[in-house]
Design a protein around this ligand. Structure first.
Ligand code: ATP
Ligand code: MG
Length: 208
């Protein structure tokens, strides 16, 4: 490798380091944030649970509401159960609620799902008011907005009133524009390709 290339590399890295240090110096605010993970690509729920495990690794309490649960028990939830971390209310390391009807997108009876949807939103409200929960995951929440089980102003109000140090992760496809506008961090995961489209069956450890 010639010397000029090495010198150029060292200079570029030096510039980068200075830029990163300046950006870090500017970011001084400490508060909980709203993270929105949306889009049609794979990786929203698994990313939200990745953040949950991060929080647990730091000894923090967390809450999870799953507004749609699939037909298979998911590995991420089973794992927490096996570790004895899952429960309901103040005693649990992870305060957890799954919407009772499960796979609602397969059903056509809106009214039949309403009590379970309301219960799930109540659990979410409880968590969004609990200052001991540093992270709250609202998995597939966009479904509640999309199908009219929850109005956006209700969600906005609950998010605004939450404890200052609490971060919230919202996942789901088709997030409406006002939800994108209120989130502090937004990642739209694009569906560039998915193995399912080539006929590969959903598998344990990868898809659930
Ligand atoms: P994951 O749970 O793997 O992070 P996700 O939360 O981004 O996925 P969802 O829309 O909730 O995606 O769908 C969950 C299930 O559908 C997963 O089994 C996932 O592998 C599968 N899936 C996600 N995106 C696609 C896609 N673009 N085409 C087909 N199947 C998909
Ligand atoms: Mg998901």
């Amino acid at each position: 490798m010639d010397l000029t290339f090495k010198q150029q590399h060292a200079e570029r890295m030096q510039d980068k380091k200075a830029q990163v240090q300046a950006a870090m110096a500017r970011a001084q605010v400490e508060r909980g944030i709203v993270v929105l993970l949306t889009g049609h690509g794979k990786g929203k729920t698994t990313s939200a649970f990745g953040m949950l495990y991060r929080a647990l690794g730091h000894g923090l309490r967390a809450g999870v509401v799953q507004f749609i649960t699939g037909t298979h028990a998911s590995g991420e939830v089973t794992f927490l159960q096996q570790q004895g971390l899952l429960g309901q209310g103040a005693m649990a390391q992870v305060d957890y609620h799954a919407m009772a009807t499960g796979c609602s997108w397969q059903r056509s009876d809106w009214e039949a799902d309403l009590p379970a949807a309301n219960q799930a939103w109540q659990a979410a409200q409880r968590m969004l008011a609990d200052p001991s929960l540093r992270l709250v995951v609202l998995d597939e929440l966009t479904f509640m907005l999309q199908y009219g089980y929850l109005a956006l102003p209700q969600l906005q109000q609950a998010l605004e009133r939450r404890p200052a140090g609490q971060s919230v992760v919202i996942t789901g496809r088709s997030a409406p524009a006002p939800l994108l506008a209120l989130a502090d961090t937004v990642s739209e995961i694009a569906d560039t390709r998915h193995a399912f489209q080539s006929g590969v069956k959903a598998q344990a450890g990868v898809d659930f």
